[in-house]
Design a protein around this ligand. Sequence first.
Ligand SMILES: [Zn+2]
Length: 122
Amino acid sequence: MPDTVVAKQGSADFLELHILHHASEEQIYGLWMIEELAHHGYRVGPSHLYPKFHRLERQGYLEREDRLVEGKVRKYYRATAEGAHYLETRKRMVLELVKEAFSIAELEQVVASKKRKGRSAR
Ligand SMILES: [Zn+2]
């Protein structure tokens, strides 16, 4: 059984988990995330995305660092230890659903495409 997760103010949605995933690997910022989501086929604008960064920060899952980039303040985010732990437990839950909802043939296709892309692929 996966760990039981009690979210502070409701569970993170799918987009928030995606943000946490990348923020646990490296420092990210809003525009970068918008472009990343576009690679995955999502079209998400700043007005939809930025409140999610703020919510994750309020919950203690992200920490922000303001940096001056070309005369403008850019907000960089990184997952906290708590955020990384939360992500791991939520990933297990997603995996449980994936295991149940997809056929073995579908899962094998996913594994094969991940192997083809190699480790650097997002
Ligand atoms: Zn991604």
